[in-house]
Design a protein around this ligand. Structure first.
Ligand code: BGC
Length: 332
């Protein structure tokens, strides 16, 4: 009988992270900051609480991160109905996404672990048996490198990401509204109240969505109509691939910077607009905006938008899905 396990990785800087085979979840991320340990990742106290929350804290998301409109796709003239779990749409892979599975621990050492999952043909409505591996590595220069690999037996959309929420001031501080965020993106995707794209990509100059210079997250947060619709930032940015770094998050005390580097085309910026009532590690609950998720992925609802300027989200049986996202922590 497979059991839920906790794996701890440590580096020579005194940083350590914890992971679990349940949901291939990133549980904890502790950084030494001027002699004090700082937990910068939101998380729960127990597996029971992880199973109760619906914020996808730290989880590996699959088979398809973000939304697929009407929970249906067409592949080679064949129509597939997927498991809907947010009204008529699918969010983060369906009712029983990869975040709710017990993964197999394939390999493990002091600074890396690989989780493996076989998602059967027809899982949540998706065609093809998908073989997935997620490798987490903690380097000695405080980088958490997440490598996603997958192969399939039939053509299927694949969009794997990690759903960690960060609070670089420390997860016991109230919220991330005084963090500054920079995202190297010239375009973003407008969405409706259900998070479904209702338009093509538009310039970040429109509607006050520009994050190309570090911006305080609270600045006019709910003044722009775009962000009123979603209760804060909950938008995909198309990354400027001429820039090495996708995003930079800066703590309010300026002591911690986190760089996000990814081979994925887009970054979902989600300021935790609906986090309230999510159990925290201290017998309490997080409030809204307690953490920010920076999820590297394909643009939402990509299976219905082949013309968008990004690689195809469909994986074919003769291909290997391979994407990497790095969260690099710098203490100053
Ligand atoms: C989505 C949010 C959603 C959250 C679920 C994010 O990736 O963009 O709209 O509420 O996941 O916790």
């Amino acid at each position: 009988m497979p059991i839920k396990q906790i794996i701890k990785l440590s580096n020579n800087q005194g940083m350590h992270i914890k992971l679990s085979n349940w949901g291939a979840t990133w549980l904890s991320c502790v950084l030494p900051v001027h002699g004090q340990n700082r937990e910068v990742l939101l998380g729960c106290q127990s597996f029971e609480q992880y199973q109760q929350q619906d914020a996808y804290l730290g989880a590996t998301i699959g088979r398809y991160a973000n939304r697929i409109a009407n929970a249906s796709i067409d592949i080679d003239g064949k129509h597939y109905m997927l498991a809907a779990n947010q009204g008529v749409n699918q969010l983060h892979g369906g009712k029983i996404g990869f975040d709710k599975r017990l993964w197999h621990i394939q390999s493990q050492s002091d600074q890396q672990v690989t989780f493996k999952l076989i998602s059967p043909d027809g899982d949540q409505g998706f065609p093809g048996e998908l073989n997935v591996e997620v490798n987490y590595q903690l380097t000695d220069d405080n980088q958490v490198i997440i490598l996603f690999n997958a192969t399939t037996t039939k053509t299927t959309p694949v969009n794997l990401t990690n759903h960690a929420y960060f609070n670089l001031d420390g997860e016991t501080s109230k919220d991330i509204l005084n963090h500054r965020l920079k995202v190297n993106a010239n375009y973003y995707l407008p969405v409706d109240a259900n998070g479904i794209p209702h338009n093509d990509l538009v310039s970040v100059n429109m509607h006050d969505m520009d994050l190309r210079r570090p911006k305080l997250l609270f600045e006019k947060l709910l003044e722009s109509q775009e962000r009123q619709i979603t209760g804060g930032y909950d938008h995909a940015y198309l990354l400027d691939k001429t820039k090495a770094i996708a995003a930079e998050l800066i703590s309010s005390d300026n002591k911690v910077i986190m760089n996000v580097i990814t081979t994925k085309p887009s970054l979902q910026v989600y300021t935790g607009n609906f986090l309230q009532h999510t159990p925290n590690r201290h017998n309490g609950e997080y409030g809204n905006f307690a953490g920010v998720a920076l999820e590297a992925q394909f643009l939402p609802d990509s299976p219905h938008h082949a013309s968008w300027p990004q690689p195809s989200c469909f994986l074919h049986p003769d291909q290997i899905y391979r994407y990497q996202t790095t969260y690099q922590f710098i203490v100053s």
